[in-house]
Design a binder for this molecule. Structure first.
Ligand code: ADP
Ligand code: MG
Length: 558
């Protein structure tokens, strides 16, 4: 049988792909398994419309076998198979997807979902194999065919024997080369872990023979190695299940299985959207911040799946920075498996999902704030700083989203309060939200500047975090009430006289002039104040930058 040539572009593409598309070799298995799953899905679709086919779930499975001696790895499925023509066109032309064509022809829009649509996944096999043989018998055909290829040079097709409908793909695994360990792909337990990682939620059983140490019958200390066929994948992912079937414990267990964190999540959000873009998501709000959370090392992101197949461990595009603490995953049937990181950044669907998730996270936090204040305060202790950074960053673009999630310590309530609560308690005629900055609540309490404001019965928010005042300045106001530092020149308190209108005696004037002369580089003015009670003197502020902010700014690297 004459060797057919891959098309010229295909040849170049194949080389390129084998060496660059996939960051890890192990994903070849994910690709072959997803093709096998697609092939079974196609049988399922046929059965839906053709009464002569019965779809008995137990007849459909994927098998992985290893022959270490021959360095062979095979992936077998009982799916729809390929005809001679299909072998030539689907496996012979790169970037041609039989699965995409099948979807289009059958106008499949929902239900079980076929993963393939790019037409490059199959070639990932050449990342680990010297040559690949495909035996396939198509549904409705008696004759089976064998496709064989050593890579970019082309392929051959010839008739072969195959008892049942379906496809077997045999890889001749490469020999170990310097620093490249290919033997691992012949190790059942390693293959099992790869399947768990990428293909745990493939809807059909993935079977494998695995050895296990078992106690010998009628012995309690002698073990023997038994080889047993096992289903490796768990098939139905938790996010595809109905919320009503799941308990809080199920979600917590999943959080731990996934190693999202060592803590217990404070909350989970389970989302299922069936609109313009379809996706499911499970999100968690952790209880404690990871040790590196407020450092440049921390990487935000959610796991991204396409129809149950993992395509990315951390897709940062799915979360805004101010919610970077959220853990979890998104699974969408509308994303393709082979999507690359560069493409993701421009993906419109991903942006839509991000917007939607952001809204849900906000709703969930507001709900927690309303219904479980203690829990919310715990959350705020861990991640409140990030929300305040969110208000400050991007020129306050996100302040509308975040302002109701902020908490500050209140001088009158002696606990954390929201801005809304502050405004609701404001005195008649009060037009500003007062705040004071300092290192600790105790220090702020002793500031001369807070004295008069306190005495007149006004509530003051104590800002003790570096970022606080920057965030407040970015907010400008809340509910049309402007923020005002108790250190600012004009407090405009009710029944407070204009400080400067008080006549000074000549003696006082002379004293003030003298003080100004001595302090000339340090202050802009020296004034008499009615603000002071028990303190003889205090500093006030005229400009936009407060004394506290200046301290923070001067500590920042240039
Ligand atoms: P994609 O899955 O994105 O379509 P692939 O390169 O993974 O691209 O596969 C190319 C095509 O080969 C598939 O669309 C499908 O038509 C066919 N194919 C691959 N593997 C199998 C299989 N196990 N059974 C039936 N058809 C298959
Ligand atoms: Mg594929």
């Amino acid at each position: 049988m004459a060797k057919q040539q891959f098309e010229a572009e295909s040849k170049r593409l194949l080389d390129l792909m084998i060496n660059s598309i996939y960051s890890k070799r192990e994903v070849f298995l994910r690709e072959l398994i997803s093709n096998a799953s697609d092939a079974i899905d196609k049988m399922y679709y046929l059965a839906l419309t053709d009464d002569s086919i019965t779809f008995d779930q137990s007849d459909y499975y994927i098998r992985i076998d290893v022959d270490k001696e021959k360095r062979q790895l095979t992936v077998t499925d009982t799916g729809i198979g390929m005809t001679k023509e299909e072998l030539a066109s689907n496996l012979g032309v790169i970037a041609k997807s039989g699965s995409l064509a099948f979807k289009n022809e059958n106008e499949i829009k929902d239900g079980h979902d076929i993963i393939g649509q790019f037409g490059v996944g199959f070639y990932a096999a050449f990342m680990v194999a010297d040559h690949v043989t495909v035996h396939s018998r198509a549904h409705g055909e008696e004759q089976a065919y064998q496709w064989y290829s050593e890579g970019a040079e082309g392929f051959t097709i010839e008739p072969c024997e195959k008892e049942s409908v379906g496809t077997t793909i045999t890889l001749k695994i490469k020999e170990n080369a310097d620093e490249e360990d290919f033997d691992q792909f012949l190790e059942p337990s390693h293959l099992q872990s790869i399947i768990k990682k990428y293909s745990d939620f493939i809807r059909y059983p993935i079977k494998m023979e695995l050895s296990e140490q078992k106690l010998k019958a009628d012995s309690d200390d002698e073990y023997e190695t038994v080889i047993e066929e096992k289903t490796v994948n768990s098939m139905v992912p938790i996010w595809k299940k109905n919320k009503s079937e799941l308990t809080d414990d199920d979600y917590i267990q999943f959080y731990q299985e996934k190693h999202y964190g060592f803590d217990q999540p404070l909350n989970h959000i389970h989302i299922s959207v069936d609109g313009n873009i379809r996706y499911q998501a499970i999100l968690y709000i952790p209880e404690t911040a990871p040790y590196d959370y407020y450092s440049a090392e921390y990487e935000k992101g959610l796991e991204l799946y396409s129809s149950g197949v993992l395509i990315m461990n951390k897709a940062p595009e799915l979360l805004p920075d101010y919610f970077s603490f959220v853990k979890g995953l998104v699974d969408s049937e509308d994303l393709s498996l082979n999507i690359s990181r560069e493409m993701l950044q421009h993906d419109r669907q991903l942006k839509l999902i991000e917007k939607n998730l952001t809204r849900k996270i906000k709703q969930e936090l507001l709900k927690m704030l309303r219904n479980d204040r203690e829990k919310y305060e715990k959350f705020f202790e861990a991640f409140g700083r990030q929300l305040k950074f969110g208000v400050y960053n991007d020129f306050g673009q996100h302040k509308e989203t975040l302002k109701d999630l902020l908490l500050f310590y209140s001088s009158t309530e002696k606990k954390l309060v929201t801005l809304k609560e502050y405004v609701e308690r404001m005195k008649e005629g009060q037009d500003s939200i007062f705040y004071a900055t300092g290192e600790t609540n105790a220090r702020i309490e002793r500031l001369p500047q807070t004295e008069l404001v306190q005495e007149k019965g006004y509530e003051i928010l104590y800002l003790t975090d570096d970022i606080d005042e920057f965030a407040i300045k970015m907010l400008v106001d809340y509910d049309e009430k402007t923020f005002k530092s108790v250190s600012s020149g004009d407090l405009n308190l009710v029944d407070d006289q204009d400080e400067e209108s008080v006549e000074l005696t000549d003696e006082e004037q002379a004293l003030f002039n003298k003080m100004k002369e001595i302090l000339k580089d340090k202050v802009t003015d020296v004034r008499r104040s009615k603000r002071l009670k028990s303190h003889p003197v205090c500093l006030t502020n005229e400009g936009e930058i407060s004394i506290e902010m200046e301290k923070v700014l001067s500590m920042m690297p240039d």
